[in-house]
Design a protein around this ligand. Structure first.
Ligand SMILES: O=C(O)C(=O)C[C@]1(C(=O)O)C=C[C@@H](O)C=C1
Length: 397
């Protein structure tokens, strides 16, 4: 193929991609109007049966043009997820006009390129206002920035699918007056980052964050006799290796961020578990109002009385009010040996009748009870039934 033919084809692809972008933008304008209508008529943002119909039709239509049903499913799941999140964030803005800021000052762990930095970018890309990044060295410093009004929000990692709960963050939440106003899940894809030309067998020292060390322990054990040096964040690990001229050092971090420090990924997918995701919470001084059309989560902390079955009794209150608990974590109470503070995440809006009833009962039977926040659920489970149904139908034809 001559170079001119290739160039001509590429120009056509570029033009087609531009049309695709315009169509996606047009779809977004339409879904924003849908959001307005839903607010007026108090209809839920998510309508899974509409999504199913939509996917079924698209898969069929796509097949007529020779497009793979798996590809169509994946593509539209992403488009619908974006549409739901976009609508949720519009509804949130309309319900909380005072929280709309021109500038969002956000404190997070590490520097440019840390996973918390990537999560911050992702979360605030959907929100109005410019982002001012405030990189911090510790969780305590992050919380302090918001408490002293030097930052409007803090983004904190709370749990990871490989290494579990991040205890230090739970402990910070015990003592702060800040509120949880949001959450997000971000894929954590660890790569081994080195200077150009460095090979795996040259590496003698790996710089990493302790949580990342835990998440990649199998890979690191397989490297044999190497020295592991811990850093405050993955970005610090990248800075360190970026500055070192030694050809035998590597950092573990996101490949996407490695280039910020002149580093290149020589090995990816280092985590013990393939599905390696972190859940982050967003905290602020003021609580927010979550519109009833948006799926919500509420988080509380409580300490129960010291009697047999006290925790079980407290959780039964949730069960009796048909409240679905999504996480239960316990942490020691500082200064009270063998006593525990329980963190409970549950699905539902704090304004729901059953939740109010449950909290009233819990306040009366626990030693300590505090709502940490009610916030929109940001995890959008893709509509799968429709996809598998359509695939079966397509195979039959
Ligand atoms: O049709 C709606 O009700 C929409 O909100 C739009 C849309 C979509 O993007 O197609 C998004 C969310 C709903 O779950 C269903 C469909």
């Amino acid at each position: 193929m001559s170079k001119e033919v290739l160039n001509e084809l590429r120009e056509k692809i570029t033009a087609t991609d531009s049309q695709l972008l315009s169509l996606i933008a047009k779809r977004q304008t339409l879904t924003a109007k849908v959001a307005e209508t839903k607010v007026k008529h108090q209809i839920s943002v998510r309508d899974k049966s509409r999504e199913e119909q939509l996917l079924l039709r698209l898969i069929k239509q796509g097949q007529e043009c020779g497009l793979d049903p798996h590809f169509i499913t994946k593509l539209f799941q992403v488009i619908i997820e974006d549409s739901v999140l976009q609508q949720q964030s519009l509804l949130h803005e309309w319900a909380n006009p005072d929280s709309r800021l021109q500038i969002n000052r956000v404190a997070f762990l590490g520097k440019k390129g840390s996973y918390s930095y990537l999560a911050t970018q992702k979360y605030f890309s959907r929100r109005p206002g410019d982002l001012v990044e405030i990189g911090c060295n510790s969780f305590a410093q992050i919380i302090d920035k918001v408490e002293k009004n030097e930052a409007d929000f803090a983004v904190l990692p709370i749990e990871n699918t490989s290494s579990g709960s991040i205890n230090e963050v739970f402990d910070q939440l015990q003592h702060t007056r800040l509120n949880i106003v949001g959450e997000l899940t971000h894929p954590i894809e660890h790569s081994l980052l080195v200077h150009e030309g460095v090979r795996l067998e040259d590496i003698k020292t790996v710089y990493t964050h302790p949580q990342v060390f835990a998440q990649c322990s199998h890979f690191l054990a397989g490297l044999g006799n190497i020295e592991v040096k811990t850093c405050d964040s993955t970005a610090d690990a990248m800075v360190k290796v970026g500055e070192l001229s030694a050809p035998n050092a590597a950092a573990i971090g996101s490949a996407e961020s490695g280039h910020l420090y002149g580093l290149k990924a020589i090995k990816s997918d280092l985590a013990n578990q393939k599905e390696n995701h972190s859940r982050f919470i967003v905290v602020a001084s003021q609580s927010i109002k979550v519109p009833l059309q948006v799926p919500a989560k509420t988080t509380v902390i409580m300490s129960t009385v010291q009697s047999p079955g006290a925790l079980c009794d407290a959780l039964t209150v949730l069960k009796n009010n048909n409240i679905n608990m999504t996480k239960l974590e316990s942490r020691p109470i500082n200064g009270n040996p063998w006593e525990e503070m329980f963190y409970v995440d549950m699905l539902g809006n704090i304004e729901d009748g059953p939740m109010q009833l449950a909290f009233e009962t819990l306040r009366g039977m626990t030693r300590y009870f505090k709502v940490l926040g009610c916030y929109p659920v940001e995890e959008i489970s893709p509509t799968r039934i429709a996809a598998s149904q359509a695939l079966t139908e397509a195979q039959k034809e």
